[in-house]
Design a protein around this ligand. Structure first.
Ligand code: GRF
Length: 218
């Protein structure tokens, strides 16, 4: 059982999915603390509804490093082993990463290393990629550059908007974040350089997806 600290800034739908999967016995984890840098966000309500400890740690007036030092103290005080960034809209500094090496994970709504950064749904549509997706990765000192744990792929349709695409991606986020946490809890993640091997995980089918689907073959 892995002890989690979940960091949020917003709606917390990924937090909700993780809570639901823990409650359903699909993920061997316990949420020790939910921390938001923004007061009154819905993620905090979700934590309260499920009887989970939560707190607001405002970042106003603090340097990034000072803020992260406070985070480290709070996370250690709650005996957190794995830090789960779930829509946490702050850049993490080495202060946090050095205190929790390879123990901070994030979810990003694109198939990294393509489309790092924020608000990437419209960027993916505008670029014209036929497939988008999401990535759970360990956080390193770069932006969205850490070792990849798991990815899910979704098609992009001609009539997609940022909203329809983000909803399609979010559905998969809710699955793969819990899956990543469970693999971590089971000690299956083996780091080899920039690769993460998922020991003992089933192999994805050797299938292909073509979008738009070809019409000239049966
Ligand atoms: C998601 O799009 C996630 O990929 C990004 O932030 C958003 C969080 O959404 N990192 P929610 O707060 O979990 O609903």
């Amino acid at each position: 059982m892995v002890k989690l600290g979940v960091l949020v800034s917003g709606s917390g739908s990924n937090l909700q999915a993780i809570i639901d999967n823990i409650e359903a016995g699909r993920v061997d984890a316990k949420i020790q603390i939910v921390i938001s840098n923004v007061p009154d966000v819905y993620a905090l309500e979700r934590a309260k509804k499920h009887g989970l400890p939560s707190l607001v740690l405002p970042h106003k007036g603090l340097e990034r490093e000072e803020y992260d030092q406070k985070l480290v103290e709070t996370l250690k005080a709650h005996d957190v082993e794995l830090i789960v960034l779930a829509g946490f809209m702050r850049i993490i500094t080495p202060v946090l990463l050095r205190a929790f090496p390879m123990k901070v994970i994030n979810i990003h709504p694109a198939l990294l290393p393509a489309f790092p950064g924020t608000h990437v749904w419209q960027t993916q549509i505008d670029y014209g990629v036929r497939f988008a997706g999401c990535t759970v990765h360990f956080v390193d000192e770069g932006t969205d550059t850490g070792a990849i744990i798991i990815q899910a792929v979704v098609p992009v349709y001609d009539d997609d908007t940022a909203d329809t695409l983000s909803a399609r991606i979010l559905k998969q986020e809710h699955k793969i974040y819990s899956q990543a946490i469970q693999m971590y809890a089971e000690g299956r993640l083996e780091i080899q350089g920039h690769r993460v091997l998922a020991k003992g995980a089933p192999k994805a089918p050797d299938a292909f997806l073509i979008n738009p689907p070809p019409t000239i073959f049966e």
